[in-house]
Design a protein around this ligand. Structure first.
Ligand code: PLP
Length: 395
């Protein structure tokens, strides 16, 4: 009789176990090492067991784990203040995950119009290929049939347009539209970036129409693209932004950032969370910022991105039958495959290099931001070996 499986069957798990991690490396119980260019899907921004994060978490664990948000938490206020100082935002709400940060963003946008005497403005326009999380509202926002199927009526109030189609977007805007929600670089959608000019046009459109621009930087934020946040490349700012993943460096938390104007409806009692902003998360969040905001950190991300980009471009030239395109910015890179992406992910895994499949037949490379040039070159050699194996198989 087959052994009963105690976990939900929601994941197709790879038959691999990792016992420990250090920097960019993961280790199995038998001591096999893997170069981790998945980083928990852009989560382990500072790699595994970063000394400053470990030290901070241990020391906070000795002091205080949890407090209700009905009390003052100096570290929470400090982290919010630091985030406001380095972004467009005036206000921050801390959550436990990316989807919750998006929920807060959606509620903030709707509530803004509610308190400004336009309660009929609640619709939010999103983009095809988007991924915003797995709660009922965020699957409606993402609009992907495979995530919506079987979960009852789709949450009302989301309209979707083809990726990057500004004219379609303009056509959908109506007097009920509250906001436009986009990822500056789609992650799960296949490392698809909206161009800088497009982002500027989008900002202008929101201003002309009096609607809010909401950005999902859960995957693209906190240094991932070589700027602190990806929208900075376009020189624009949103009204509301959802953040998670890299901001916790592996400790689960997220944040919704907003201008004071956009957040004007989020008054006492309108929103809440038991765990969001807890002392452990806030200690780690402050420690992540210590590293990411230090001089030279983003320059390092851009330097390594150059090494990887050049290497990948040359692999694309050498394996045109296997690689169609190289995409992405900073350390959020994608290999658009000419053959099924799962084959490349598997071939890379056989070379002890971990990466993540994405939509549009792309393999995502999302290494920890602390990856060295030597480790980047090591990864390129492993990708080359994987491509070599695949091309020999094909011939
Ligand atoms: N938004 C984006 C762009 C994401 O990539 C993800 C997760 O992959 C989410 C939202 C949801 O975050 P979480 O899984 O923490 O709820």
């Amino acid at each position: 009789m087959a052994e009963a499986k105690p976990l939900y069957d929601t994941y197709n798990r790879a038959p691999m176990v990792f016992e420990r991690g250090h920097g960019v490396w993961l280790e199995t119980p038998t001591g096999e090492r893997y170069l981790d260019f998945a980083a928990g899907i852009a989560v382990n921004s500072l790699g595994h067991t970063h000394p400053h994060l470990v030290e901070t978490l241990k020391s906070q664990a000795d002091k205080l784990w949890h407090l209700s948000n009905v009390y003052e938490m100096p570290d929470q206020t400090r982290l919010a203040k630091r985030l406001c100082e380095v972004t467009f935002a005036d206000k921050v709400f801390f959550t436990n995950s990316g989807a919750e940060a998006l929920e807060c963003a959606i509620k903030t946008a709707r509530r803004h119009f509610f308190v400004n005497e336009q309660p009929g403005r609640y619709r939010i326009i999103t983009m095809e290929g988007a991924f915003h999380g797995r709660t009922l509202a965020t699957i409606a926002a993402g609009g992907q049939a495979k995530y919506l199927e079987g979960f009852g009526p789709k949450v009302e109030g989301f309209d979707q347009v083809p990726f990057g189609d500004l004219e379609a977007l303009k056509a959908v805007i109506c007097e009920e539209t509250a906001a436009i929600l986009v990822e500056p670089v789609q992650g799960e959608g296949g490392i698809r970036a909206l161009s800088r000019q497009w982002m500027r046009d989008l900002r202008d459109l929101c201003d002309e129409e009096g609607i809010l621009l909401v950005l999902d930087e859960v995957q693209s934020g906190v240094g991932r693209t070589g700027k602190l946040f990806a929208h900075e490349w376009a020189g624009i700012t949103p009204d509301i932004m959802a953040v998670a993943k890299g901001i916790g460096g592996g400790f689960p938390f997220g944040a919704c950032l907003a201008t004071a104007d956009a957040a004007d409806g989020m008054t006492a009692g309108t929103h809440g969370t038991t765990y969001g902003g807890n002392p452990l998360a806030m200690a780690v969040g402050n420690a992540v910022l210590d590293v990411v905001l230090a001089d030279g950190f983003l320059t390092h991300v851009n330097d390594i991105a150059l090494v990887l980009n050049q290497g990948l471009a040359s692999l694309k030239d050498r394996y045109p039958d296997l690689i169609e395109d190289i995409r992405g910015t900073g350390l959020m890179l994608g290999i658009k495959c000419a053959k099924p992406n799962a084959e490349l992910v598997m071939a890379m895994r056989n070379e002890h290099l971990l990466a993540v499949p994405a939509g549009d037949n792309v393999v995502r490379l999302l290494p920890p931001l602390i990856v060295t040039a030597e480790e980047a070159r090591d990864a390129l050699s492993r990708i080359e070996a994987a491509l070599d194996t695949l091309s020999r198989k094909a011939n």
